[in-house]
Design a protein around this ligand. Structure first.
Ligand SMILES: Nc1ncnc2c1ncn2[C@@H]1O[C@H](COP(=O)(O)OP(=O)(O)OP(=O)(O)O)[C@@H](O)[C@H]1O
Ligand SMILES: [Mg+2]
Length: 289
């Protein structure tokens, strides 16, 4: 099975890479039934720790061991981890802060590159330069590989006007701006605990599901183009015995909650959202304290 490889990166720190990597992994596993691996290239291991400590929804997490002895070794070790930890999954998501140590060639190994950014003018400009420099230097290969590069507006306020984001990226065929990821005012209730796509806060879940669906469409289009079959997800839960049924029910309830939140969204302004999700996590899925 060929894996669609997603890289979440930016050379700026603190832009939301790990939050988006962990929550996108959860969206793809819960809402799209994909078999997902999360590969953490960063020292802090924030995204993999989030997924490991939260209720088990079947995402496998890996910590990439990097060798920084030379540029060649850095690229070799990064590639080896990517190959090893992507094999056997529908999608792998890599969380990596981009540094000058990393050869640009590593970006060529991915099908989709997500670049989270705040919508402040400074950060948007720096993100735009990061993307444009890469695209200008590598455009023949990007076109040949049909690579998609997407800026992800991150930590966006609910009353934010999406049309107010203006960048030069839209003029490049392979670049997109995704739907925004909202700022969660109670972010510490999510970190290590829960995921945006199934939040009882309808604005958070609806916006995140829109973002997730946008990325999922790219993933599924790429699978279709290459005629890659999508694995049957339930097989990865074979070790859980009778837990499978409960997990399936949990997943379909959560999926339904996400769909309801989305349809609510169409008839409400974002300022009118209130939490209304009463479905609870079955005890065997709860994290161990
Ligand atoms: N959507 C969001 N809503 C609220 N807070 C957020 C959101 N996304 C990220 N944050 C917060 O912003 C900070 C940076 O986020 P995160 O760690 O995801 O960024 P990062 O790019 O991975 O950072 P680093 O460069 O340190 O790896 C964290 O405190 C995180 O909890
Ligand atoms: Mg991080």
């Amino acid at each position: 099975m060929e894996t669609i490889k997603v890289l979440v990166t930016n050379r700026k720190g603190g832009v939301g890479k790990s939050t988006i990597a962990a929550n996108l992994a959860a969206y793809l596993a819960l809402q799209e039934n994909l078999k997902v691996s999360l590969i953490d290239y960063d020292e802090q291991s924030s995204s993999s720790a989030w997924v490991k400590k939260a209720p088990n929804i079947g995402i496998e997490t890996f910590r990439a061991e990097m060798s920084y002895q030379s540029a060649g070794m850095t690229l070799l070790s990064a590639r080896s981890s990517l190959r090893k930890f992507s094999t056997g999954f529908d999608v792998s998501i890599s969380d990596l802060t981009w540094t000058p140590n990393m050869a640009e060639n590593f970006m060529h190994d991915f099908d989709i590159i997500l670049v989270p950014t705040s919508t402040s003018k400074f950060e948007l400009a720096s993100t735009e330069i990061f993307i444009l420099e890469y695209v200008l230097r590598n455009s023949p290969l990007i076109s040949k590989n049909k690579q998609s590069i997407m800026a992800v507006p991150s930590r966006v306020e609910a009353n934010f006007l999406e049309t107010s984001i203006s960048t030069n990226l839209g003029s490049l065929g392979m670049c997109h701006i995704t739907p925004p990821v909202l700022r969660a005012n109670d972010i510490d209730h999510f970190v290590y605990e829960d995921f945006f796509c199934v939040s009882s806060n309808a604005a958070i879940s609806t916006y995140f599901c829109r973002f997730g669906a946008f990325v999922a469409k790219q993933i599924l289009d790429k699978k279709r183009e290459r005629a890659i079959p999508v694995s049957k997800l339930s097989s990865i839960y074979s070790g859980l015995g009778k837990g499978i049924l409960i997990l399936d029910r949990y997943r379909s309830n959560k999926k339904l909650a996400g769909m309801q939140a989305r349809s609510q969204m169409q008839s409400m302004k974002s300022s009118e959202f209130i939490g209304d999700d009463s479905s609870s996590i079955p005890s065997f899925l709860s994290k161990q304290n």
